[in-house]
Design a binder for this molecule. Structure first.
Ligand code: NAD
Length: 507
């Protein structure tokens, strides 16, 4: 008997497939060669999207449009107040379209409808936050350079930004980049993942409705090769901001090197949570279960490994397993569902291979550990899974599984816990659970991660910078830092006095 909470399909009446095209220079266009591609719903296994498939010609046309829109100042020379007004209008339109966007996100990504709604709400908040930032773009001045000198530091938009996004939070992630780029005065070419393109196209519609001038934002649909490749090599592009896998992030750095583009990267993670014996276990267990199954574990911030003090390891594992059994998984269109479908059959096989590999290496599956068909649905699902007895040498302890799979490791001393936490090549986020503030701070200082959560997990705030160290990326999104990524510093030194020291005779 299946000892899990399974949600069978109820709402199977799906809409006709969305038909979507590129947005280039303010016009909706198919591809010059007529090429298209399809997206199948991960939960239902039916075609939900037919998209124009961009080639180099579409990517180049989009870059040309963004370049022209930047260079003629139609956006870069608009006041911060006007930019803010537009971003606020977009936020209101996102609110208006929330349900539509959320349902499309469910159909293309397989995530539960409740989490999709929260994602769209979070995205609207980012557009509002970036609107506030648009009115704060400012450098500084130096009046201590001597009597006749004034120094002014300007913050200018960096230019044309290539924005490349993944499939796991398509609407949120484009909203972590695009409104900040627009607040700074940049123009952009956006490429959503080929697996989840439609919500970015809806965003394009909303930008037009809000009154964004043509060419300021262009959207090209298609694959990394050739669209992403052109977006990262074309000399007319000034920066690339990418969220996705570490492997592609490294390829983008190499592709952008010949033209020395600025590159911001939000990459993968293998995020540890350390649980000390004095932790509030009710909160810790709740957060661990949330952190590993949120978005079916297809989340850069997935709390995919816990490092538990040996004295409480069995208690914590049992409690995590018991709570995991109550996590409803199945039909993502059902309001009760907390864990939806896995994004593709290939990805499901990869998740399963990690679990099989851990078992072969001596780990024990305490819950789940296999794919599962959900009644009434044709797509792919993986059971909420807890693997105990994981050791640091196993691939499941070091690599990003990107599925609903928790690895349990144990420690005895703080030094050992820090060593295990920092053992992966990633450095996105880390967590610590203890009622002792000194323990929490000692861990927070030692963790090699862009974010450390103490007695909490995965709260996100528009105000707080987010990003990774080591192989989890470079640069930061959100907060003021998210705006700074799109700004360039220009130094202006002005001689303002009547005197002028002769150059030749005095130097
Ligand atoms: P991916 O790297 O396969 O693809 C991401 C995007 O890059 C897609 O749009 C894809 O078409 C494009 N792309 C592929 N090859 C390219 C190339 N050579 N040049 C330019 N673009 C190219 O990632 P994915 O599978 O879509 O997303 C999952 C990954 O994203 C995971 O590793 C996850 O951890 C990471 N992620 C990180 C964060 C973060 O904030 N750190 C957030 C979400 C997801």
């Amino acid at each position: 008997m299946l000892d899990l909470t399974l949600v069978a399909a109820r709402d199977t009446a799906l809409p006709e497939p969305a038909e979507i095209r590129h947005l280039i220079g303010g016009a909706w266009r198919g591809s010059a060669d007529g090429a298209t591609f399809e997206r199948r719903s991960p939960a239902h296994d039916v075609v939900v999207t037919r998209a124009a498939k961009g080639g180099a010609a579409e990517a180049e046309a989009a870059i040309a449009a963004a370049r022209e829109a930047f260079d003629d100042g139609r956006w870069s020379e608009v006041s911060g107040k006007e930019r803010a007004g537009l971003l606020l209008r977009v936020a209101d339109l996102i609110d208006r379209e929330r349900e539509r966007i959320a349902r499309v996100e469910v159909l293309e990504s397989g995530k539960p409808i409740s989490q999709a709604r929260a994602e769209i709400e979070g995205a609207a908040d980012l557009w509002r936050y970036a609107a506030a930032l648009a009115r704060t773009v400012a450098g500084d001045s130096h009046n201590s350079l001597g009597r006749d000198m004034l120094g002014v530091v300007l913050k200018e938009p960096i230019g044309v930004a290539s924005i490349i996004t993944p499939w796991n939070f398509p609407f949120l992630i484009v909203s972590q980049k695009l409104p900040f780029a627009l607040a700074a005065g940049c123009t952009a070419v956006v490429k959503p993942s080929e697996m989840t393109p439609t919500t970015t196209i809806i965003l394009g519609e909303l930008l037009i409705e809000a009154g964004l001038p043509a060419g300021v934002v262009n959207i090209v649909l298609g694959y990394g090769d050739p669209v992403g490749a052109v977006m990262t090599t074309d000399p007319r592009v000034d920066m690339v901001t990418f969220t996705g896998s570490t492997a592609v992030g490294k390829a983008i750095v190499a592709a952008a090197a010949p033209t020395l583009k600025k590159v911001s990267l939000e990459l993968g993670g293998k995020n540890p949570q350390v649980i000390f014996p004095d932790a509030d276990l009710d909160s810790a267990v709740d957060a661990i279960v949330f952190g590993v199954y949120f978005n079916a574990g297809e989340c850069c911030n997935s709390g995919s490994r816990i490092i538990v003090h040996a004295d409480i390891a069995e208690t914590v594992t049992e409690r995590v397993v018991a709570l995991s059994r109550k996590v409803a998984f199945g039909d993502p269109l059902d309001e009760a569902t907390k864990v939806g479908a896995i994004v593709s059959p290939e990805h499901q096989a990869k998740i399963d291979a990690y679990v099989r590999g851990a078992v072969a290496a001596g780990a024990t599956v305490r819950l789940g550990g296999a794919a599962l068909d959900v009644p009434g649905l044709g797509g792919q699902f993986y059971q909420p899974t807890v693997v105990a007895g994981v050791t640091p040498d196993m691939a499941i302890a070091r690599e990003e599984v990107f599925g609903p799979v928790l690895s349990v490791l144990t420690f005895r001393t703080m030094e050992e816990a820090i060593g295990l936490a920092n053992a992966a090549s990633y450095g996105l986020s880390a967590g610590v659970w203890s009622e002792n503030v000194h323990t929490c701070l000692a861990f927070a200082r030692a963790a090699r991660a862009g974010t450390v959560w103490t007695n909490t997990w995965m709260d996100g705030f528009a105000e707080m910078p987010f990003g990774g160290v080591r192989e989890s990326g470079q640069g930061r999104e959100l907060g003021r830092y998210g705006l700074e990524e799109f700004l360039e510093v220009k130094t202006v030194q002005m001689r303002i006095g009547r005197t002028r020291a002769p150059w030749v005779t005095t130097r």
